[in-house]
Design a protein around this ligand. Sequence first.
Ligand SMILES: [Zn+2]
Length: 263
Amino acid sequence: MRSLPAAVLVGGRALADLVLPRICGGCGVPGAVLCGSCRRLLTRPRLAQPRRHPPGFPPTVAAGAYAGPVRPAVLAFKEHGRAELAGPLGTALALAVAAVLDGLPEPRGRPGPVLLVPVPSSAAAVRHRGRDHVRELADVASAELRAAGVPARTARLLGRVSGRRVRDSAGLDVLERRANLAGRFRALPPRTALPQGSRLVLVDDVVTSGATLTEAARALRAAPDVSCPRADTPVLAAVVAATPRRVRQPLPVTGPGAFTVRG
Ligand SMILES: [Zn+2]
């Protein structure tokens, strides 16, 4: 069977939205794209703490835990074509961005723009899904932040290095994931020079081992347009949800403002 063009698939999804009853992407109750109680699970920003904190892992805030109804909601958005979940999940991402920015020291002078840098999916994944779901989240989050008075916009500053196959990371430990991803991303030159005082926030849907964000941050920090002449441009990260660590005792509560980013 010939594969359908992405526009037809997207149109089909929009039609399905009209015809099918709307149910919560998290818990399945009818009525809303994401019900109130599932939304509330994504209003609990926390510092992501991967089990084996990879060196170079950027300060990262998640809007909630990747557990319970949050998992099916993210998967419905990412893998099952429920693009309308970009609204509530993008709003959650905006909250995480705002929280991670709280950890920065007070800027000297006027703060620059907040640039949301989507972690790029592979070309094959974008073709398969017919859309770039992280870019959609970044666009919603940017709009939410602007509505709240934060000068934010989506900036495509990262691409994938083509011609290099990456294994599916499922089942790999953190060191294997890092090796698998090394050299995977490349910085794209910004359309215009980054304004003074720019703050870069990598955005992604979920963080688990931290390997992807670490590699993305490394590529961004190494980019001449980012690191020179302003080596102090901070690189932070925000995600919708973080895979919780399996610990018996809850970790001491550390608010997102409890860390300091050094340039
Ligand atoms: Zn729900």
